[in-house]
Write a protein that binds this ligand. Sequence first.
Ligand code: G3P
Ligand code: CA
Length: 244
Amino acid sequence: MMKIVPLILLLAFATLHPFIRIGHRGAYDYEPENTLRSFEKAIELGVDMIELDVYQCASHELVVMHDDDVDRTTNGHGPVEAKTLAQLKLLDAGKGEKIPTLQEVFDLVNRKVKINIELKGPHTAQATADLIYLYVNSKGWRFDDFYVSSFDHQELMRFHAACPQVKIGGLYESSRKPFAKKNYKSFYAIGVAKNSLTQKYIDRAHKKGLKIFAYTVNDADEIKKMKAMGVDGIFSNYPDKFGA
Ligand code: G3P
Ligand code: CA
């Protein structure tokens, strides 16, 4: 009886505060980042949420790309925002994959897992809100299927103004800054580079009602250590290393 009670409490805590396994750019170390193939792999490996980055291209669609140019991840050259979708679709994003639109990712995911959209480029807030409304209002999705984040907190707050029903999170390269500005009061979570996370910082965030998502953690022991420190979610390039 003495052992059963703590176990029940632990299970109740885990149910109320589930740990979120996030596939960084899909399954970045197994498949070309930010491609449909990468997102499919992450889902197959059991993530709760996929993470991706968006820009708006010259013909105004939202496209899924990490960098502001296509040089590193495709066989093309030049800024993403200067190219139309038709031009971007001619490029090879690795293993013959095409650069996906955000809408193509929604259709692939089809509510199997949640989607973390990181607003990387300018002019992405309103277009992201519009697409989410389309999927919620006419395709049976829920606002809770999405989580939107950004290092650009102005763009993030523009998204929040356009679509307050979706949870948002500010991204930070260092854990020293987050509570300096008042924007964090609208945040559900903050995403912080793993190297700058401390126990004190995590506890402080939790006291303020904020979740902590750590990026990018690729080592199984490090994942275990961060979970023990109480982080609420982890971005990993290896979604099979999350463990139980
Ligand atoms: O959202 C966490 C992580 O994706 C932020 O860094 O450079 O991989 O977009 P980056
Ligand atoms: Ca990202």
